[in-house]
Design a protein around this ligand. Structure first.
Ligand SMILES: NC(=O)c1ccc[n+]([C@@H]2O[C@H](COP(=O)([O-])OP(=O)(O)OC[C@H]3O[C@@H](n4cnc5c(N)ncnc54)[C@H](OP(=O)(O)O)[C@@H]3O)[C@@H](O)[C@H]2O)c1
Length: 273
C-alpha cells in the first residue's frame, strides 16, 4: 500500500474499502474483516450507511491495532439541519468503538448549514478526537465559502470521480489549496459499464491488468485516493494490487479523453436529502 500525505502531515492510504450499500451488518462485518485480512488499512463509512457498528466489530475481530487502520466516517445532512453535529460525531465514535476518528467528513454541503457544521468539526479536530477533517461533495464555491470563514483547510474533498467524470478543474483547484481529492464510486457502482469500456480494455490488455486496476492506477497517478467497494476476496485483492506498474503519459491522456462530465449522483447544488 502506498500512502498520500494530508495537509496536516497525516499519512492516508491511497486505496481503501468503501462500505456504502452494505447495510446488512453481518455482511458488512464479514467484508471489512476480509478486506483487512488481505491488506486493506483504510475503511470509508458514514453514519447514513448504517454499518459503523459492523466496521468497529470487524476492526476488533481483525486483531490489528486500531492505530494501524485509517477510518473515515461522515456527518449526515439531517444532523447538520438539526444542529447536533457534536452529538452525531460522538454517536459515530461510540458505534465504531474507537477513541478517535482518523478522518471526519461533512457528507454534503447542506445550504446555509455547512459553514456552521465546519466550525464544530474544527473544535472536534482541535480536541484530538478527529486526526483530520474534511468534506465531501463540495464544489469550489463551497470550499471558497469555508475558506472565508475558517483558517483550517479541509484535508480531503471526497467527490464523485472516475474516467467518465475526471473532475480536472476540481483536481487543479484542490491541488493548489492543499486538499487531497478522493474518488467515490470509482467504478460507477457497477452501473455504466465503465469496466467494459473499450479504451480501458485495450490498455488493460497491454499491461496484463484488469480494467478496475487501470482505473485505480490512473487515479493514484493523479494523486487521487480511491475507495472501491467489493464483497469478493479476489476483487478486493485485485483492487489494492496497483503498485507494481505505471501507466505511461500517453495512456494517462487516453483515459483523460474518456471524460464526458457525466454524474450518476445529484447536482451538488441541488440535492433533496
Ligand atoms: N461521499 C459520498 O457521497 C459517496 C457516495 C457514494 C459512494 N461513496 C463511497 O465510495 C465507495 C465506493 O463507491 P460504490 O460502493 O458506490 O461503488 P464502486 O466502488 O464504484 O463500485 C462497486 C461495484 O463494483 C464492483 N467491483 C468492485 N471491484 C471490482 C473489480 N475489481 N472488478 C469488477 N467489479 C468490481 C462491486 O461488485 P462486488 O461487490 O460484487 O465485487 C460493486 O458492484 C462507497 O462504498 C462509499 O464508501 C461516497
Amino acid at each position: 500500500m502506498k500512502n498520500f500525505k494530508l495537509n496536516n502531515g497525516l499519512d492516508i492510504p491511497s486505496v481503501g474499502l468503501g462500505v456504502f450499500r452494505l447495510e446488512d451488518n453481518k455482511e458488512a462485518q464479514k467484508v471489512v474483516e476480509l478486506a483487512l485480512s488481505v491488506g486493506y488499512r483504510r475503511i470509508d463509512t458514514a453514519m447514513v450507511y448504517q454499518n459503523e457498528e459492523a466496521v468497529g466489530k470487524a476492526i476488533k475481530a481483525s486483531g490489528i491495532a486500531c492505530e494501524k487502520i485509517f477510518v473515515t466516517t461522515k456527518l449526515w445532512n439531517e444532523n447538520q439541519r438539526k444542529g447536533d453535529v457534536q452529538e452525531a460525531f460522538e454517536e459515530s465514535l461510540h458505534k465504531l468503538e474507537l477513541d478517535y476518528i482518523d478522518l471526519y467528513l461533512i457528507h454534503w454541503p447542506v445550504p446555509g448549514k455547512f459553514v456552521e457544521s465546519w466550525k464544530v468539526l474544527e473544535k472536534i479536530y482541535k480536541s484530538g478526537k478527529a486526526k483530520a477533517i474534511g468534506v465531501s461533495n463540495f464544489k469550489r464555491h463551497h470550499l471558497e465559502e469555508l475558506k472565508k470563514a475558517s483558517d483550517i483547510i479541509p484535508a480531503v474533498n471526497q467527490v464523485e470521480l472516475r474516467p467518465y467524470l475526471s473532475q480536472e478543474l476540481e483536481l487543479e483547484y484542490c491541488d493548489k489549496e492543499g486538499i487531497v481529492l478522493e474518488a467515490w464510486s470509482p467504478f460507477t457502482a457497477g452501473k455504466t459499464g465503465l469496466l467494459k469500456d473499450e479504451v480501458l480494455l485495450e490498455i488493460a490488455e497491454r499491461y496484463a491488468k484488469s480494467t478496475a486496476q487501470i482505473v485505480l492506477r490512473w487515479s493514484y497517478q493523479r494523486g487521487v485516493i480511491t475507495i472501491p467497494k467489493s464483497s469478493h476476496k479476489q476483487r478486493l485483492e485485485e483492487n489494492i494490487h496497483i503498485f507494481d506498474f505505471e501507466l505511461t503519459e500517453s495512456d494517462m491522456n487516453k483515459i483523460a479523453q474518456m471524460n464526458v462530465n457525466k454524474r450518476i449522483g445529484p447536482d451538488l447544488d441541488n440535492f433533496d436529502f
